[in-house]
Write a protein that binds this ligand. Structure first.
Ligand code: AMP
Ligand code: MG
Length: 436
């Protein structure tokens, strides 16, 4: 694990009060140590889990040469023999049939073929399949077709073509998807080793917050961040621990954070890190945590604290948990989660984080942008009749307006050094699909 000294020298290159996004991501990555515990689970329970072992195929897939079409299997040598004799049709006697799961038990002799269905094992002596659409059947049951329409080996799938025995099928660190479950099943594997789920605790801070079901006095708001956080964490398939709402009191927050560090690998809080409240959280954290940075050169999401908290109540005492103090504003919570927290959680889960999909689209409107910070606007991307992507910002870009996230289908990402964008210029967009 990176020591605090390594981290401090890394941080020293940047202003911890306005950490550029790429630097923040690099620092977070250094502290994102994968969980070590491995467990074996049944195949269906392995969906979205992180594979903890390399899987080599124990068998050839498919196990035998088989037909890719419904038709007639025969020895393809007859094609060239026939061509040289100058005839324009090839006639074969049907010696039997092969269905999927019911092979033809004999060998096809010269001048013979075998009626065969897709997936059925190729009979001995056969290497080519003529599709049934190509043949005419005589009354005596023989088939004829034009041999020029076929090459030797056509429509035959070979044993081990998908995966040969011993070949690498899946690598450790992969997040198992639907196709992977099917692939493992095709190898006859019913159980795999996966990393244990990451445990993530989260809480909201703020005297103004009320939980659903409580009355809403003047000046109060319902706590929405715990619901967005819960949902985003569920999508990452981590175990969640909801620690509720914590009042703006140092003692209450410290107790909650220590409890979280006791049982969780990561603690997420929202609120209480903006300018007016920073000192309060900062002082408390400095007594029992390591803080890497407090603020990022990003919008929304400028106030974001990152470090570690220790269950023992003092640095290096007890158990550490990675700490992300997210801003309070609901949109800022989501943006900082996706840009900073998500990658750390993926890495700590034992997987190799993949950069989120992003591509260029034409901005339909001028966009104001100040150099020196990365901005994430909420955008609505559409594809025009020519197949080109265009993007417009949502009506509100306020970091308090959560409906802008529901209205949007992508982030418009304006890079650190970028300045104003004119209408018709290209911008990078990051689609929500697959991300959110
Ligand atoms: P703070 O960072 O604590 O100053 O909060 C910034 C803004 O976000 C304030 O308007 C808060 O009321 C609001 N806010 C903070 N936490 C939450 C929450 N859990 N749910 C909804 N709004 C919140
Ligand atoms: Mg607050």
């Amino acid at each position: 694990m990176t020591t605090l000294n390594d981290l401090t020298s890394c941080i020293a290159q940047f202003d911890p009060n306005a950490m550029p996004v790429h630097a923040a991501q690099a620092i977070v990555r250094q502290w994102a140590v994968p969980v070590a515990t491995v467990e074996r689970v049944a195949l269906r329970a392995a969906l979205n889990r992180v594979l903890a072992e390399d899987i080599a195929s124990p068998i050839d897939v498919p196990a035998h040469d088989n037909s890719a079409m419904d038709g007639y299997a025969f020895d393809g040598a007859a094609l060239s023999g026939h061509a040289s004799s100058g005839g324009d049709t090839l006639t074969l006697r049907v010696a039997g049939q092969a269905f999927a799961g019911h092979p033809f038990e004999h060998a096809a002799a010269s001048g013979e073929c075998v009626r065969i269905m897709t997936g059925a094992a190729m009979p001995a002596g056969c290497d080519t399949v003529v599709p049934q659409e190509f043949v005419t059947r005589a009354e005596n049951g023989n088939i004829s077709f034009d041999p020029q329409r076929l090459a030797r080996g056509a429509n035959c799938r070979h044993a081990g073509e998908d995966l040969a025995k011993g070949q690498s099928a899946l690598r450790a660190g992969r997040i198992l998807r639907s196709s992977d479950l099917g692939l493992l099943a095709s190898l006859g594997i019913g159980e795999v080793a996966v990393r244990r789920r990451l445990r993530v605790a989260f809480l909201s801070t703020g005297d103004e917050l009320r939980s659903i079901g409580e009355p809403l006095p003047a000046g109060c708001v319902y706590d929405s961040n715990r619901y967005t956080l819960f949902a985003m964490l569920e999508r990452l398939n981590v175990d969640t621990l909801d620690l509720g709402v914590v009042r703006d009191e140092p003692a209450a927050l410290e107790a909650a954070l220590r409890q979280a560090a006791e049982s969780a690998d990561v603690v997420l809080t929202s609120g209480g890190v903006s300018v007016g409240e920073a000192d309060f959280t900062r002082k408390m954290l400095q007594t029992f945590g390591d803080v890497a940075f407090w603020s990022m050169a990003m919008r929304p999401g400028r106030p974001l604290a990152f470090g570690r908290v220790w269950s023992g109540g003092r640095p290096a005492e007890g158990r550490p948990a990675l700490f992300f103090g997210l801003p309070g504003n609901p949109v800022a919570v989501m943006v900082t989660f996706y840009q900073i927290v998500r990658e750390a959680l993926v890495a700590m889960s034992g997987a190799e984080p993949q950069a989120p999909l992003s591509f260029a689209a034409t901005s339909t409107q001028p966009l104001r942008k100040r150099a020196g910070r990365t901005e994430f606007l909420r955008g609505i991307a559409t594809r025009d009749a020519d197949g080109r992507w265009r993007v417009a910002p949502t009506r509100s870009q306020s970091s308090g307006v959560l409906s802008s996230m529901s209205e949007a289908n992508c982030f418009i990402v304006l890079a650190h050094d970028q300045t104003d964008v004119g209408a018709g210029e290209a911008v990078d967009i990051m689609p929500f699909d697959g991300l959110i």
